[in-house]
Design a binder for this molecule. Structure first.
Ligand code: NAP
Length: 435
C-alpha cells in the first residue's frame, strides 16, 4: 500500500487521485484549505456555465472510492508543512492551482475600484476570501483588461440581466449587486490585435446573444480578411465572430455595450482617491509579434477596472519557486524527490479543465514509476500519522461526508431556478458541515 497526499481539491488534484487509483493499492488523502472541495470548479468556472461545473460529479465518485479521503479546512503551512507531509506519505502532490492575481504593475493599480480577476470571479462565485469585495457598480463605465476567456467571463457577468442568471449558481450578494448595477459601457482592452486573442469561439459567441448588451469592435483594428486563413480553425472562428461584431455596430436597442479595444495597452489608472479612468497607450505589433507602444495615449473612463491578465501559484516556504513564472519549477511534474506538482501549479494558468486530466495521469504515472511496487508495505504512517498530527494541533478537518451535509444545505437554500445557494463564510460552511 502506498500513501499519497494531494494538496488541493480542484480538477488537477482529483484527476491525479483518479489516475493513482488505477495504478494499484494506494491510499490517497486530498487536502484543501477551504472546507469545500472542487477548487476552480466551484470558485473559478462561471456560475452561468453549469454544464462545465457538472464534472464535479466525476470527482465525487473519486472522493467516495474506498481509500480516498477529502480533508478540507487544512491549511498547508499553518496546520501541516510539506516536510511533514513527506514524512507521513510516500509522495506529495501540489495541486494548489494558481489563485493569486498577477499585478498589472502600472501606476494607480492599487486604487480602490481596481480588482484582479481572481478577486472579482471569487466574489461572484462565493469564495470566502472575496465575499466582502463589493466592487463599485454604481457608475456607468467598466474596463476589463486582457483578451483571454477570463476577461470574457467578467465582461459577460457584468453585462447580464437577472433573468439571464436563471439556472446559475451566482451567489446572492453578487446577484443582487449586479441586478442594480449602473454599469452601461464595458470596454475590453487587448494590448495586441484580434489575431492574438486568447479567447475561444464558444465563449466569445455568447457575447453576441446577451439580452441587454451589444458587443462591438472597430473594423479598422482588423488585418485584411484573407490573413485569417493562416489561423488555426478555432482562432479563425473567434476572429470571424469579432468581425461580425465589427460589422454590426450597436443600434441602441440594448442599453449596455461591450467594446473591444485592440492595440490598447493600459499604462496608468487615474482618479481622485479611486479609479476613474484608464490611461491607454496605442500599440502596434513588433516583428516579434509583441505589443510595442506608439507613444499615443488616451483615457477610457472606468469606475471599475478588472485586470484579467493571468494568475500565479503561491510561494510555499521551503519549496523552490519561480517568481517570473509564478509556479514551482519541475521536471515533468517532479519538483523534488517524492514531491510533485500538477495542473496550474505545474504548468502555469493555461488550458481548460480537461487539460488537467492528462496532466494528472502523467504525474500519477511518474509517481508509480518512482515508488516501489504497489504491493510493498509502506513504512510511512499515511492517514493515521496525519490525523495524529492534525489532532495535536487542534485542526478539525472537514471530511467528504461533512461536505455532503454542506452541499445538501446549499441545495435546500437555492433561490428558484438555481441549483444551490453557496455559503460564503467559512464559519457558516463549518457549521453546515456539523463542526
Ligand atoms: P490567458 O488566456 O492567458 O489570457 C491573458 C490575457 O491577458 C492575454 O490576452 C494577455 O495578452 C493579457 N495580458 C497579460 N499581461 C498583460 C498586461 N500586463 N497588460 C495587458 N494585457 C495583459 O488567461 P486567462 O484569461 O486568465 O485564462 C486562464 C486559462 O483559463 C486559459 O487557458 C483560459 O482559456 C482558461 N479559461 C477557460 C474558460 C472556458 O473555457 N470557458 C473560462 C475561463 C478561463 P498577451 O496575449 O498579449 O500576453
Amino acid at each position: 500500500m502506498r500513501h499519497v497526499a494531494i494538496v488541493g481539491s480542484g480538477p488537477a488534484g482529483f484527476y491525479t487521485a483518479e489516475a493513482l487509483l488505477k495504478s494499484g493499492s494506494v491510499a490517497v488523502d486530498i487536502l484543501d484549505r477551504l472546507p469545500v472541495p472542487y477548487g476552480l470548479i466551484r470558485f473559478g468556472v462561471a456560475p452561468d456555465h453549469q454544464s462545465i461545473k457538472a464534472v464535479a460529479r466525476r470527482y465525487e465518485k473519486v472522493a467516495l472510492t474506498p481509500g480516498v479521503r477529502f480533508l478540507g479546512n487544512v491549511h498547508l503551512g499553518a496546520d501541516v508543512s510539506v516536510e511533514e507531509l513527506l514524512h507521513y506519505y510516500d509522495a506529495v502532490v501540489l495541486a494548489t492551482g494558481a489563485p493569486l492575481d498577477r499585478r498589472l504593475g502600472i501606476p494607480g493599480d492599487d486604487l480602490p475600484g481596481v480588482v484582479g480577476s481572481a478577486a472579482f470571479v471569487g466574489w461572484y462565485n462565493g469564495h470566502p476570501d472575496f465575499a466582502d469585495l463589493a466592487p463599485p457598480l454604481g457608475q456607468p463605465d467598466a474596463v476589463v483588461i486582457g483578451n483571454g476567456n477570463v476577461a470574457l467571463d467578467c465582461a459577460r457577468i457584468l453585462a447580464k440581466t437577472p433573468v439571464e442568471f436563471v439556472g446559475a449558481d451566482i451567489v446572492a450578494h453578487a446577484f443582487e449587486a449586479l441586478g442594480s448595477s449602473a454599469i452601461r459601457d464595458i470596454t475590453i482592452l487587448g494590448r495586441r490585435g484580434p489575431h492574438q486573442i486568447a479567447m475561444t469561439p464558444k465563449e466569445l459567441g455568447e457575447l453576441g446573444h446577451l439580452d441587454a448588451a451589444a458587443p462591438f469592435a472597430d473594423p479598422d483594428d482588423f488585418p485584411p480578411a484573407g490573413t485569417d486563413n493562416a489561423l488555426d480553425p478555432g482562432q479563425r472562428k473567434s476572429v470571424e465572430l469579432l468581425r461580425g461584431f465589427a460589422a454590426a455596430p450597436p443600434d441602441g436597442s440594448k442599453p449596455r455595450t461591450i467594446a473591444f479595444d485592440f492595440f490598447a495597452k493600459p499604462v496608468a489608472i487615474e482618479g481622485d482617491g479611486r479609479a476613474e479612468r484608464v490611461i491607454v497607450e496605442r500599440t502596434a505589433l513588433g516583428p516579434d509579434g509583441q505589443a510595442r507602444g506608439t507613444g499615443q495615449t488616451y483615457a477610457v473612463p472606468a469606475g471599475l477596472v478588472i485586470s484579467c491578465i493571468g494568475y500565479a501559484s503561491p510561494p510555499i516556504p521551503g519549496i523552490p519557486y519561480d517568481e517570473a513564472l509564478g509556479r514551482y519549477p519541475n521536471q515533468s511534474g517532479q519538483v523534488e524527490d517524492r514531491l510533485y506538482a500538477v495542473g496550474w501549479a505545474r504548468r502555469g494558468p493555461t488550458g481548460t479543465i480537461g487539460t488537467n486530466r492528462p496532466d494528472g495521469f502523467a504525474v500519477a504515472e511518474a509517481i508509480d514509476a518512482a515508488l516501489p511496487p504497489a504491493t510493498y508495505r509502506s513504512e510511512r504512517d499515511g492517514a493515521a500519522g496525519l490525523d495524529r498530527l492534525l489532532g495535536s494541533r487542534g485542526c478539525d478537518p472537514v471530511h467528504f461526508a461533512d461536505w455532503q451535509k454542506i452541499e445538501a444545505a446549499e441545495v435546500a437554500a437555492a433561490r428558484a431556478g438555481a441549483p444551490r445557494e453557496k455559503l460564503v463564510r467559512v464559519s457558516d460552511l463549518l457549521k453546515a458541515g456539523g463542526h
